[in-house]
Design a protein around this ligand. Structure first.
Ligand code: NAP
Length: 544
């Protein structure tokens, strides 16, 4: 069927239609003749809406029923009680085996959509989706419902691939995953509501999880994380991994080190216990990474991780518990064992806490350390940002740009943040309380107020607020380093020489965990420098 014929609700030439239907029938017989599972179809139409779509959908489903004895079709008017029972409010809607699956088609299989429609019947009729083992594993990790809304159009050649992904998910986990395939031409109001004019675009639980067609595993990963993913790392079953260099930490320094080490011919792996990209993934916007004048932190991470994956294997969600002395070293994680001729600590740093009463109790209930994660929850409300460095000002600007009333509380009389951030803050008219410290965070089940002290006058004041964003710097992640016997600096960073060698031969450190400027670009520089040292030391070990 030709999508163009449907546009503008123009009548279809009966002869053309007859010919096309014959061809369709032939193809359907070949495809569906041997279906071995029942596929009950429930068609709901409203004669006053989308007449041509109703007609096409009716014709197609009737044709399928003719050639596949196990495909049954029941047709209902939109006012029928079953429409209410199944929550059908758009017409036409086709339900696929609603007793066993939550899959529905809103519109008719016109143009490119025909391919996807055929896939739907085939997958259900043969109960075969050809889903890959890694995709299945991702789906098995999903424990809460996912309601997918996938917007497509008859003229979109990429849409069928995304429909197939959705079908695979909804067929694999019918108890949790529902799928609505929505033709934007038949459902213009829905498309407008979701701003779904560039198809395919996919929402899950009302969150946009994908624009464009994705490889199957990426679709499943996006569905699991409820956020668009740009890389997929399959789970490894290996019990032991032998490496030249094991890198602990998947932030900019670890990723850069991985690329450099692998390009020197070393077998390198990266182990990451938390979020890949470290703090960068939580940075709203990065404007000082050379070559990228303005980029979202998460996007920069995606680019870096995808690049690193060209060279190294990354083991996400895995924590190093112990490093047994070497070289060669034995690295024990919560999943497996690694051997390594050298180990690189690129463990980064985590948010510093204020350490005031109420902070720990109300963390996640108004106290936050991440504007990009939690900022949206405070739209239209009032918050306090604590700190006077780049993070505090970046966070304050991000929040103000999201229609949140912000007051910055800083313990000194001037900021240490970059001048351009200070100028922006002033330009936005964001209120600042200089020489003030937050002494307590108050609230019942959520933050209600802060107690602020002026450290010049000693005066205490209670200020009502909906949230407190703490941006007072970072603490290096050195627990494992300490346990491994690495010397630390008086400030608590891993002690290194100018070549990133620690106090233990064969173990190196790079990035925020060794202190220094703590910039994305310097972390990447430290990582690449450490990898070059490791390469040279493994050829000519300085400890021998
Ligand atoms: P930072 O530069 O260490 O600043 C921390 C701020 O928190 C300081 O103003 C500090 O006050 C204050 N502070 C520390 N402990 C406190 C406490 N207990 N109570 C109240 N205030 C406290 O940390 P950051 O701003 O997170 O930045 C870390 C690194 O990342 C820096 O190198 C920064 O340049 C970089 N960064 C860059 C960007 C960017 O370029 N876009 C964005 C974010 C971060 P004092 O001034 O009194 O010490």
């Amino acid at each position: 069927m030709n999508g163009k014929e449907m546009q503008g609700n123009q009548p279809i030439d009966p002869q053309v239609r007859q010919k096309e239907m014959e061809l369709v029938r032939k193809k359907l017989t070949a495809l569906f003749g041997k279906i071995d599972h029942e596929v009950p179809l429930l068609l709901f139409t409203d004669p006053t809406i989308n007449h041509l779509y109703n007609e096409v959908l009716r014709a197609v489903t009737r044709s399928i029923r003719e050639v596949a004895s196990l495909v049954t079709l029941r047709e209902f008017d939109g006012s029928h009680a079953l429409a209410k029972k199944h929550g059908v409010s758009h017409f036409p809607t086709l339900l696929f085996d609603p007793e066993h699956f939550a899959i529905r088609w809103l519109g008719a299989p016109v143009g490119e959509e025909g391919r996807a429609f055929v896939e739907a019947i085939t997958m259900l009729g043969y109960r075969q989706t050809q889903i890959s083992a890694p995709s299945r594993k991702v789906l098995e990790r999903i424990t809460t419902p996912r309601a997918i809304k996938l917007f497509i159009s008859p003229t979109c050649p990429f849409c069928p691939q995304q429909v197939v992904n959705g079908l695979k998910a909804a067929i694999a986990r019918p108890e949790l995953i529902s799928l609505e395939i929505i033709d934007i031409q038949a459902n213009p109001k829905l498309a407008e509501q979701y701003n779904a004019f560039s198809v395919p675009v996919c929402f899950a639980n009302e969150v946009m999880i994908a624009k464009g067609a994705q490889p199957e595993e990426l679709f499943m990963a996006s569905l699991e994380k409820l956020a668009q993913q740009s890389f997929f790392i399959p789970e490894s079953e290996a019990e032991q991994v032998d490496t030249d260099v094991t890198i602990i930490g998947g932030g900019p320094s670890g990723l850069a080190a991985g690329i450099y080490a692998a390009r020197s011919g070393l077998k390198a792996v990266i182990i990451e216990r938390g979020a890949l990209g470290g703090q960068v993934a939580l940075t709203p916007v990065v404007e000082n990474y050379p070559g990228l004048s303005r980029i979202e932190g998460k996007t920069l991470v995606d680019i870096m991780v995808s690049h690193a994956l060209e060279y190294v294997t990354i083991y996400p969600d895995e924590e190093v518990m112990e490093i047994k002395s070497g070289p060669p070293f034995e690295i024990l994680t919560n999943r497996r064992r690694y051997t390594a001729r050298a180990v690189l600590f690129a463990t980064g740093a985590s948010y510093r806490r204020l350490g005031v009463p109420g902070e720990e109790r109300l963390a996640g209930s108004g106290v936050s350390y991440c504007t990009t994660c939690d900022g949206a929850l405070f739209k239209g409300k009032e918050v306090i940002v604590v700190g006077g460095g780049d993070s505090a000002l970046t966070d304050a600007l991000y929040l103000a740009n999201n229609e949140i009333r912000v007051t910055v509380v800083h313990r000194r009389e001037s900021f240490r943040a970059q001048d351009h951030l200070v100028k922006q803050l002033n330009k936005h008219g964001i209120q600042v309380l200089f020489n003030c410290e937050v002494k307590e965070i108050r609230g019942g089940s959520k933050v209600e107020a802060v107690v602020v002290q002026n450290n010049q006058s000693g005066e205490l004041m209670t200020r009502a607020t909906d949230g407190v964003f703490v941006a007072v710097g970072y603490q290096p992640a050195v627990e494992l380093a300490r346990k491994t016997g690495l010397a630390l600096t008086p400030e608590g960073f891993i002690q290194v020489d100018k070549n990133h060698r620690t106090s233990v031969p064969g173990i190196y450190a790079a990035g925020d965990v060794e202190g220094g400027y703590r910039q994305i670009v310097t972390a990447a520089g430290q990582g690449s420098g450490a990898a070059i040292t490791i390469f040279e030391d493994l050829i000519n070990p300085y400890w021998k």
